[in-house]
Design a binder for this molecule. Structure first.
Ligand SMILES: [Zn+2]
Length: 342
């Protein structure tokens, strides 16, 4: 196993304290949103050790402002889109470039704190509202994209939250979005969606087409090594109404949880079926315990709390290690950690 240093991404929706409290290397006085572990071209701390590409990208996120409302393409759409933009010579770094690579980007989040997420639509009728708002977002031609409507709806919701007559997390998410993006009518889209407050240890799995946004909190996140995002709103970046409407899944799903969750008294293993990755979270006392024996392939371990030993190496909060396929993972001591695996 070899020690690795996270690659930090400093985005506007990040935090000046959260990831800094976990990782001593995180820059102070800067909004740090993500700590990355992988071989992505925007943050590679593993290919020098591993010698090739890691099939997943593992992150820790600190969200203090809404992330964009988005979906990810399926493999076929990504492949075609990437080839088409290459043919048209759309520069990779330009704002209009949508397909950064030919890959799909399923992702899974596991909450580290209370974590407010918006995931999937409430009903099939939601598509109409999405169409209306996304197509008229800038022209303000529709009633739903007018300033008056947005303000009226905000007053209505503020009132029921204040009176204690709102028990809806959608209202809560909507008000966060309104304060984060003051004139953006796409905040109204959150009222069409399922909003969940994940408790620490709860998770969501987001395969292609599922509309989602992270609103507040901290989480672990794992995804296929891709950067392909179609944005529907809550961002200053380029949005893609047509791609969202054509590729989004506009029907309610019974569950957004990973298909398999294996558990023991001191660990939980989250494995979405068909995704090609998973995260095991350990928390408690370990005495000579071998973990992840059934997962071959390269692993990344992040120590989240406590002091313990991994294969006789002393590990403390904020340390991260790359562990090669051939190595076992033997834990001794008391702590909390996460292991990304395939
Ligand atoms: Zn996403």
């Amino acid at each position: 196993m070899e020690k690795i240093t996270p690659v930090f991404q400093n985005y506007d929706w990040g935090s000046k304290t959260k990831l800094q409290n976990l990782f001593s290397e995180a820059p102070k006085n800067k909004k740090i949103a993500e700590a990355w572990f992988g071989t992505h071209k925007r943050g590679d701390n593993i290919s020098k050790i591993y010698g090739k590409d890691l099939p997943y990208l593992f992150k820790v996120l600190a969200v203090e402002k809404c992330l964009s409302l988005q979906i990810h393409p399926n493999k076929k759409t990504a492949k075609l889109g990437f080839a088409s933009e290459n043919r048209r010579s759309v520069p990779l770094e330009s704002a209009e470039r949508v397909f950064k690579d030919p890959n799909s980007k399923p992702e899974m989040a596991v909450a580290l704190t209370d974590f407010l997420v918006v995931v999937g639509v409430k009903s099939e009728h939601s598509k109409k509202r999405f169409e209306e708002i996304l197509k008229n977002k800038d022209s303000k031609k529709s009633k739903y994209t007018s300033k008056e409507y947005l303000e009226k709806k905000t007053r209505e919701i503020q009132k029921r939250v204040k009176n204690g007559t709102s028990d809806s997390l959608s209202d809560k998410a909507f008000l966060f979005a309104r304060s984060d993006y003051p004139d953006d009518p796409t905040a109204l889209l959150l009222l069409e969606m399922n909003v969940e407050m994940l408790k620490p240890g709860q998770s969501v799995y987001l395969p292609d087409g599922i509309l989602h946004a992270y609103i507040r909190g901290e989480c672990l996140e794992i995804m296929e090594n891709s950067d392909n995002v179609f944005r529907a709103g809550l961002t200053n970046k380029y949005i893609n109404p047509k791609l969202v409407l054509d590729n989004g899944l506009f029907k309610p799903l019974p569950s957004y949880k990973p298909n398999t969750v294996a558990k023991s008294k001191n660990w939980t293993d989250y494995i979405p079926r068909g995704a090609g990755f998973g995260i095991m979270v350990g928390n408690g006392n370990f005495a000579d315990e071998y973990l992840c024996q059934y997962h071959s392939g390269p692993k990344v371990l992040i120590a989240l709390d406590g002091k313990f030993a991994v294969n006789d190496k002393n590990v403390k909060k904020g340390d991260a290690y790359f562990i090669d396929s051939k190595e076992q993972i033997l834990i001794n001591g008391s702590g909390k950690f996460a292991i990304a695996h395939i």
